[in-house]
Design a protein around this ligand. Sequence first.
Ligand SMILES: *Cc1c(COP(=O)(O)O)cnc(C)c1O
Length: 234
Amino acid sequence: MTIQPSILQPTLQQRIGSILNSIQSQQVVQEVTLVGVSKTQPASSIEEAFNAGVSHFGENYLQEALAKQSMLTHLPIIWHFIGPIQSNKTQQIAQHFDWVDSVDREKIAQRLSEARVLHGKSPLSVCIQVNISHEESKSGVDEEELENLAQFISQCKGLILRGLMAIPDPSLNTDALRVQFKKMKYWFDQLQRKYSSLDTLSMGMSHDYLLAIQEGATQVRIGTGIFGVREILK
Ligand SMILES: *Cc1c(COP(=O)(O)O)cnc(C)c1O
């Protein structure tokens, strides 16, 4: 008898199960939240992941996210916006997301805050995206600008500053990555002394989330590891 290749492929539920197990088996003090990164994935896969125990989802593109959200209103999903933000999209982002993890400038923070107040919603949870690898192409603030932006956000009525987010340079080796994660943890601890609302250090993706957790991540963002390789490369 020949075994069908499909039998050897783990199901989405099995992949989530093993990710959750591996997170739990880390000997760390902090609680870790798994955010399923669902860009390019259909609403049906999000529903399947939700039923397997993931309740936070991250989306990078507004129009794509809105279409899927409208199909999933029956589920109590916590939506994170994790992509680059154009200022003409801030109204809708503030209205349709629970978190924005990729805030990197005052103008965007101000507009998100105003929209949130205008719509009479509770303050939006935000993270500041830090350009920890100093890549030219990456969004995020440099470390020197971090304190100013944190100060600005802490005074925005429609926002609550929850933490920091980073996407390190994917070409780094393990030792270099660990250094970046340690730097993020350092800045997180510094800011947490000043702003008691900080409770989230979002770092770690499919290939480095265990390392990130060992270095203090409280939130990991996993796409490929849950849903498989994206067919559309975004
Ligand atoms: C796509 C994406 C991820 C997930 O990446 P994977 O390698 O597929 O886990 C995490 N964070 C952000 C900001 C992303 O854009």
